[in-house]
Design a protein around this ligand. Structure first.
Ligand code: AOF
Ligand code: ZN
Length: 341
């Protein structure tokens, strides 16, 4: 293995910073950043992947570097690709440019694109893997998860009273949490590719399931709306309006839902309810993250946030790791991840 210098780490940190500029606009592709230094160690090129179908980070950086890339080093947050997809293989572009060394952070789990490192080595280029790997994994957490596991990353979101109720006995639920918590939901929805609810939630709440700002103006890019279940949805339901695309999935099987969404290259599914849908995903072990908005309020009756999970004794408690606690006005947002995850 080649030596990794403090400068290698510094340039990779810059590449990670560049990659993050693509956050939110590269779907269904990852965010990727690249820095090129000349043979004397000076930076001569920078690039990041801005949009799927557009040039890869390496190509952008090589374009800026021009002939100065010869004999230099390329720092890339993801293993350079080896496939001709929407653009040509970056491994070939790096070889043609004559770089002497390639340092990347994370191996590409995408089977179609992988193999770049081996190709570079076969051309006697020094290749180093794993520099700042944790940081580079963090900016692509959802994409890496969905490509590795072969299904979308699933976040289950709910709002609840202190006693775990998400609706009163008459099924009303507006509003349990305050405006700051609700604005936070819209921000988080905006970063997802699809929002799913069960048909019962559509009948009870008539949600629009779009991303809107504080003045209720819808965002330009809207996640796919997904309605799971076989209850009839009235033609007047707001999920049927034209503010976003809607997919009706008349199934009760979470794995089938994820298969259908994977076919549509959905990387991040935001599960909004209600208790039946949440229970089905939890029972199937298909929840990767929980975002709970807890209000300082008590109902004492009404509907639980989640339906029956088959627990009969305290041994059946499903425990998670508490990843984050954030106060939003008078409410608290808890972010939980699976134990060991
Ligand atoms: C990117 N941007 O900067 C790099 C990627 O859809 P395509 O044909 O552009 O190929 C996307 C795949 O290429 C992607 O899934 C990843 O495996 C690899 N590298 N992709 O979108 C980049 N370097
Ligand atoms: Zn590429």
């Amino acid at each position: 293995m080649n030596d990794v210098s403090p400068m290698d780490v510094a340039w990779m940190r810059r590449a990670v910073e560049l990659a993050a500029r693509g956050t939110g606009s590269t779907h269904p592709n990852p965010v990727v950043g690249c820095v090129i230094t000349a043979s004397d160690g000076h930076p001569v090129g920078e690039g990041f992947h801005a949009v799927a179908g557009g040039p890869h980070a390496e190509v952008e950086a090589l374009r800026m570097a021009g002939a100065r890339a010869r004999g230099g080093t390329a720092y890339v947050t993801l293993e350079p690709c080896n496939h001709t997809g929407r653009t040509g293989p970056c491994a070939d572009a790096l070889i043609e440019a004559g770089v002497a060394r390639v340092v990347y952070a994370v191996p590409d789990p995408n089977r179609t694109a992988a193999g770049g490192a081996d190709k570079l080595r076969s051309k006697n280029i020094d290749v180093v893997e794993g520099v700042l790997r944790a940081e580079a994994e963090a900016i692509n957490q959802v994409w890496l998860h969905s490509v590795r596991v072969g299904r979308p990353f699933v976040t289950w979101k709910f709002a609840t009273t202190l006693d775990g109720r998400s609706a009163a006995p008459d099924r009303t639920s507006k509003w349990i949490t305050g405006p700051l918590a609700r604005a936070d939901v819209h921000r988080q929805r905006a970063a997802c590719d699809a929002i799913a609810v069960g048909t019962q939630t559509v009948l009870d709440d008539d949600p629009e399931l779009t991303v809107r700002d504080e003045n209720d103006v819808p965002a330009a890019r809207q996640p796919l709306r997904v309605v799971v279940g076989d209850r009839e949805i009235p033609a007047t339901a707001r999920v049927r309006n034209d503010r976003a695309e809607t997919l009706l999935l008349p199934t009760h099987d979470p794995a089938e839902v994820l298969r259908q969404l994977d076919d549509r290259q959905i990387r991040h599914l935001w599960l909004e309810g209600g208790p039946t849908l949440a229970a089905a995903f939890l029972r199937a072990g298909l929840v990767d993250q929980i975002v709970a908005y807890v209000a300082p309020a008590v109902l004492g009756s009404g509907y639980a946030a989640v339906g029956d999970l088959g627990a009969e004794s305290i041994d059946h408690l499903r425990r998670f790791n508490l990843a984050d606690v954030t106060r939003l006005g008078d409410d608290v947002r808890l972010t939980l991840v699976p134990l060991g995850g």
